[in-house]
Design a protein around this ligand. Sequence first.
Ligand code: UT7
Length: 324
Amino acid sequence: MTRRAVPLGIGHYLPDRIVPNSHFEALVDTSDEWIRSRSGIERRHFAADGQLTSDLATRAARAALENAGISASDLDGIIVATSTPDLTFPSVGTMVQAELGMTRGFAFDVQAVCAGFIYALCTANAMIVSGQANRMLIIGAETFSRIMDWTDRSTCVLFGDGAGALILEAQDGMGTAQDRGILSTDLNSDGRYRELLYVDGGVSSTGTAGKLRMQGNPLFRQAVEKLSETAETALQRADLTSGDVDWIVPHQANIRIIQGTAKKLDVSMERVIQTVQDHGNTSAASIPLAMSVGVADGRIKRGDLILSEAIGGGLAWGAVALRW
Ligand code: UT7
């Protein structure tokens, strides 16, 4: 028998306000056509004034708990992946814990920017497999609208707000690639690339939250290369090939990155869950949002093999193979 971290439920939340590309035509020198053709983005959601990352995270968590048919008291731990916390501390995780009325167990945040959900999944998997926890809630939640420079056309048109949440439970498997749950993981980072994507403020430097800065084109080139490599590694570790993949659920930064990675992996775009057109880049929230959409509309079914990959600031990147 092999202990596996198996999906029990999933949910998401998107703020009510939907912002079409045309909104940015009045702010900066851009066009709906440029944004669509270069990124695949058509619209994104922005949080309302006063709506915090923990609010989005809690809503997604409640949806996941309902989907799983359990209550917060059934959880041993919460991990929130975010780079846009409400406060410097305490963690968004503990805020969600309090909102859910969960008074036992543990909660904390991980910060790996757009790769945050992959890092959180790997952490939760390690805790479940080692026996430290039996049921965990893993959330990706972001309000990137709060760190946009609205005068920078190369970034402000790309990002959106949202949250997705997944519940994992310890179950016994056979130790084969046919098991349900997380089958393999791969994590990487390389701090030499920090200038490609960063925020120009912080607690110990400027004392401000700062704004997002990105060198999109060199990042784009790194992304396709590194995402296909990490995805291949995760598949190999589970004795799988890309032919076994039912769904790629990728980080949703740019449709051309998604297409380029799928092509390198030799997986048809019909087997890729795409939400970038509706959500924009929601950083750590993008994978659980896309997974939740794919489950809710019936495409992702029990037993399907999912391959998720993400890359972001750091650079930090990684992949997870999991059977739904
Ligand atoms: O989630 C974390 C990971 N993030 C990513 O992986 C993002 C990776 N990068 C990208 O998605 C793409 O590089 C972008 C969508 C950001 C940009 O696409 P690109 O094809 O790499 O364009 P570019 O940066 O090479 O810019 C092409 C032109 C430039 O003008 P010139 O120098 O050719 O005159 C830009 O100034 O497009 C210009 N441009 C814009 N034009 C209209 C940049 N932003 C805009 C804009 N509207 N919003």
